[in-house]
Design a protein. Structure first.
Length: 133
């Protein structure tokens, strides 16, 4: 039996004419997994917030429309998920803790951008409320 090593990691095993590759090449794998987890956590946290809000205030939302806060928080969650990409790039050159610090550092910027965009936008949330009798 022959074991192929790459930087002290087994990348394959050969027994006669049979060769089996392994997934034991973790170069960059923790960085990618962390970035994926950050993106999924962002979406999951927003989903919990939106679902909880919809359940707690179901009657109010049935009478009125969904609040603009859900749209704003959704944009922030999408921005937080996208922040995982530049954090992953930084993490590829440094380490996972630095990557997390970069991601957390970008979140206030995303919040500021979304709030700034909401103020200057003329979307659904900018309409004056409709009062029905």
């Amino acid at each position: 039996m022959t074991v192929t090593l790459w930087r002290d990691y087994a990348t394959g095993v050969r027994q006669g004419k049979v060769f089996q590759e392994t997934a034991d090449t973790p170069e960059g794998e923790p960085i990618f997994v962390c970035a994926l987890a950050l993106a999924v956590i962002s979406g999951g946290a927003y989903g919990l917030y939106a679902g909880g809000t919809a359940l707690i205030r179901a009657r109010r939302h049935a009478v009125r429309d969904l609040p603009a806060t859900l749209v704003t928080r959704g944009k922030e969650a999408a921005g937080a998920a996208l922040c995982a990409l530049p954090a992953m790039v930084v993490g590829a050159f440094t380490s996972v803790p630095v990557m997390l610090v970069v991601w957390l550092g970008l979140l206030p910027l995303i919040r500021w951008i979304v709030q700034r965009q909401q103020q200057s936008s003329t979307g659904r949330h900018a309409r004056p409320p409709v009062h029905t009798a």
